[in-house]
Ligand binder design. Sequence first.
Ligand SMILES: CC(C)(COP(=O)(O)OP(=O)(O)OC[C@H]1O[C@@H](n2cnc3c(N)ncnc32)[C@H](O)[C@@H]1OP(=O)(O)O)[C@@H](O)C(=O)NCCC(=O)NCCS
Length: 219
Amino acid sequence: VLDGLFPDGVVTAWGDPLEPAKLLFPEEEALVANAVPKRRREFAKGRECARAALASLGLGDAVLLAGESREPLWPSDVVGSITHTLGLCAVAVAPSERYRGLGIDAEPAEPLAADVTRRVCRDDEVASLGELRSLERAIVPRLLFCAKEAVYKCVFPITRRFLGFEDVSVTLDEGMFHASLRVASPPLDGHHRVHGRWRRAGVHLVATAWIGRNQGALP
Ligand SMILES: CC(C)(COP(=O)(O)OP(=O)(O)OC[C@H]1O[C@@H](n2cnc3c(N)ncnc32)[C@H](O)[C@@H]1OP(=O)(O)O)[C@@H](O)C(=O)NCCC(=O)NCCS
């Protein structure tokens, strides 16, 4: 499902949130104590997948709490991202000496409602919606949504700033995309480029995003 969706040095893991997950640590359990069962299941599967991925970095027993904006709090020297949707939970982690940020998002491969499409797509993006050969046009706005969510998760832990859909401009290509930030988001600048890849995996769309350590802004 996730093979090849990130460059070298990124470790991924995935699972099905409908299947039983390993027990959470008590501090993690407390974060979802009052949540509905669906939310508890997806949270637990996310933490399980995260520890499976972190095991490759020697950190398979890390406790993963959440920050004020719900972002996962990774061990120091690690960046990562978590997503869950119906039937799929996916996680990516990497050493922070190689990556400044990672993002991953999974969505059902279904059309978006028209009003959501209008909110998600910038005018420059609408013009290019029909250009992918490998994805039906009706689903492309959902892919843009998925890509922007992945970018947001990648960028937020660096900038700690909210981004609206219009603040990120995405250029889609077959299996990949480029995103640039339309607003200055210190310590990233206003044209900062985020790389991404995407795939349709059965009933899901998965998009990934990353900012490498030595990656600069667009000219
Ligand atoms: C954070 C957000 C992107 C999550 O996406 P989602 O489709 O609702 O849900 P997903 O299952 O894909 O992702 C949820 C996971 O994202 C992670 N996450 C949540 N907030 C985050 C943040 N601020 N930064 C990074 N990761 C975050 C968490 O790991 C969460 O799972 P967990 O609570 O079980 O740990 C979304 O809810 C949100 O807040 N969006 C507003 C910002 C936005 O979309 N702007 C436009 C795009 S540029």
